[in-house]
Design a protein around this ligand. Structure first.
Ligand code: ATP
Ligand code: MG
Length: 572
């Protein structure tokens, strides 16, 4: 039997969340013979997003924590929207998060024969009937939570007629929408889901796994609970919107299993969905963004999809840490995206090497530095990590700094480069600005400085204090790179709440700026491989995009060093 004390010492101190507590109590009480089996049941009709990650961390996480197993089951009951492209991406993304279903890969479509047989049995028992009405008519008869529904005129068809019609529905004799199979339960039930729910509908599009074998397909509500049962799932953990469906799932399992459902029935436990500010999680809308080329694809670094977050530079650990922070509750909430951003900043601060890159370069000439001289400066890889080592960066007479780091006529408290003042060049010398050159339009084309040879970093002279330290790269040795400056995809805090406005109007027009002539230090040009993550000193965290080729590196901004949105909000 799986015991809670199998938890590693590190996790032992952790307080269980309410779902884990229920599972632990069931295990302690010896339910299901001490077995723990969860499942993650995606529909292969889109890519996984950060909301799914919350469900995955729960389903796989609790099994891992308490010595159980977790199935991956594709809920592929609707051939109209499903595809193997989605299936493959889902498997890749779950593995990327660090979870594995082993040999427990299942498909609801594998249960189509069993579900069909069960439907036939319910018809024979007088518990299901074929309805010839349209879905609109059926919806009109449904009633309201306070008003009972109206029985369908087809509700009392003979068993023979129902059997004949259902088999002909599946043989392809009828058009889509002309007939459905409904459970005959109770049109006056307090629970709307019991008002003769639809079990099967006709779909004439081939299924990506079963081809055109079937013309009738089970509704999710007729497939889900029984699929859990067929697989021996002990704890069926899902999101809160399924609370009112739970009694129906239990009803179908009782009908299916009879008395043995007393010994074993999957236990459904619901938790709150993840909703994030400045983000949409609807798969339908995400698909629309992709189809209409409003983003570059499902893995656009602005998308809340796991492949988008990966391309943006998020790590699996940062996503797990974020999900731990927000936790699992019984109440719907809107979580602040800055918590997710904090999680990746925190992770990369510990783990990303520091390098120099200048995004908006302006040239600086150090007029008293010899023309041909090159010095190799030693730069720390990561001061947050013992043993991260150093790399060297060439320094010479001409360098680049950020345009923003120079002002000819600065306001008070500007401690960067300005005529007549000293600043330190990170890892190198203190320089004094002596002037600048402008073009006919007044744009600064070059800045002049002199350096103090006694101030080399790491030597005695370097103890002299100046107020500002700037990052820089050598003009002669640096390479050009493309930098994609990503920001939040939506401009409004809760895009789902703006039901009056087309969600495409709510996109942040500033969500991507592309810089093609950023300058990067030679070390970075040499080591950068797709998906590598770096801190660009004083700027933020960047990740190498898979679009990079030999000689043309592309970097995606994961996140700035500081929460600039928080600052803006304070400013008002
Ligand atoms: P659909 O509207 O297509 O059903 P869905 O987001 O529910 O979309 P599924 O593929 O059915 O997609 O989701 C698989 C699992 O992930 C479900 O158990 C669902 O409860 C869970 N899930 C989906 N979205 C979220 C979310 N935002 N937060 C937490 N769990 C989620
Ligand atoms: Mg769903």
């Amino acid at each position: 039997m799986a015991e809670i004390n199998e938890i590693t010492p590190n996790e032992e101190k952790k307080v269980l969340n309410f779902v884990q507590q229920i599972v632990a109590d069931d295990l302690a009480a010896g339910k299901n013979g001490g077995r723990l089996n969860t499942r993650f049941p995606p529909e292969p009709n889109g890519y996984l997003h950060i909301g799914h990650a919350k469900a995955i961390c729960m389903d796989f996480g609790v099994a891992e924590m308490m010595g159980g197993t977790c199935n991956l089951r594709f809920d592929d009951t609707n051939p109209q929207k499903e595809d193997t492209e989605y299936e493959q991406s889902i498997m890749r993304d779950i593995r990327w998060l660090g979870y594995d279903w082993g040999d427990r890969l299942y498909y609801a479509s594998d249960y189509f024969p069993k579900l069909y047989d069960f439907a036939i049995r319910l018809i024979k028992e007088g518990k299901a009937y074929v309805d010839d009405q349209t879905s609109e008519q059926i919806a009109q008869q449904k009633g309201t939570p306070t008003q009972p529904g109206i029985n369908s005129p087809y509700r009392d068809r003979s068993i023979e007629e129902n059997l004949d019609l259902f088999q002909r529905m599946n043989a392809g004799e009828f058009e889509e929408g002309s007939h459905v199979l409904r459970a005959k339960i109770d049109m006056a039930s307090d629970n709307m889901h019991f008002r003769d729910p639809i079990m099967y509908r006709i779909i004439k599009k081939p299924h990506w796994r079963t081809g055109d074998k079937w013309k009738v397909y089970p509704m999710y509500d007729f497939a889900h609970g029984q699929s859990d049962y067929f697989e021996g799932v002990t704890h069926s953990i899902c999101t809160l919107e399924f609370v009112p469906h739970r009694p129906l799932y239990d009803y179908f399992v009782r009908e299916l299993a009879g008395d043995s459902a007393k010994d074993y029935c999957p236990r459904q436990i619901e938790f709150n969905r993840l909703n994030l500010t400045y983000t949409l999680m609807s798969k339908r809308k995400l698909l629309q963004l992709v189809k209409e080329n409003l983003v570059s694809g499902w893995d656009d670094p602005r998308m809340p999809t796991l492949c988008g977050l990966r391309r943006r530079g998020y790590t699996p650990q940062s996503i797990k840490n974020f999900i731990d922070t927000i936790g699992y509750t019984k109440y719907e909430a809107l979580n602040d995206i800055s918590l997710l951003e904090h999680a990746i900043r925190d992770d990369l601060n510990k783990n990303a090497n520091r390098v120099c890159a200048v995004i908006n370069p302006v040239k600086v000439v150090i007029t008293n530095y010899p023309e041909d001289k090159v010095e190799m400066m030693e730069m720390d890889n990561n001061p947050e990590q013992d043993g991260a080592g150093t790399h060297s960066m060439p320094f010479c007479r001409e360098i680049y700094i950020e345009r923003d780091d120079f002002m000819e006529e600065p306001p008070k408290k500007f401690f960067r480069m300005t005529p007549g003042k000293e600043v330190r060049l990170k890892g190198a010398y203190i320089v004094m600005c002596t002037g600048c050159t402008k073009d006919a339009q007044g744009n600064i084309t070059e800045i002049q400085c002199t350096y103090d040879p006694d101030t080399l970093s790491g030597t005695e002279g370097s103890t002299r204090k100046v107020k500002g330290t700037l990052h820089w790269v050598s003009a002669r040795h640096s390479q050009d790179a493309e930098v994609r400056l990503y920001d939040r995809l939506f401009a409004v805090e809760n895009p789902s709440a703006e039901s009056e406005t087309d969600f495409r109007q709510l996109l942040n027009p500033e969500s991507l700026k592309v810089v093609t002539n950023a300058k990067i230090e030679p070390y970075l040009a040499q080591v950068a491989k797709a998906e590598d993550k770096f801190q660009f000193q004083r700027i933020g965290y960047f990740c190498v995009d898979p679009d990079s080729t030999e000689g043309h590196l592309v970097f995606n901004r994961t996140i700035g060093l500081k929460d600039s949105w928080a600052k803006e909000q304070k400013k008002g």
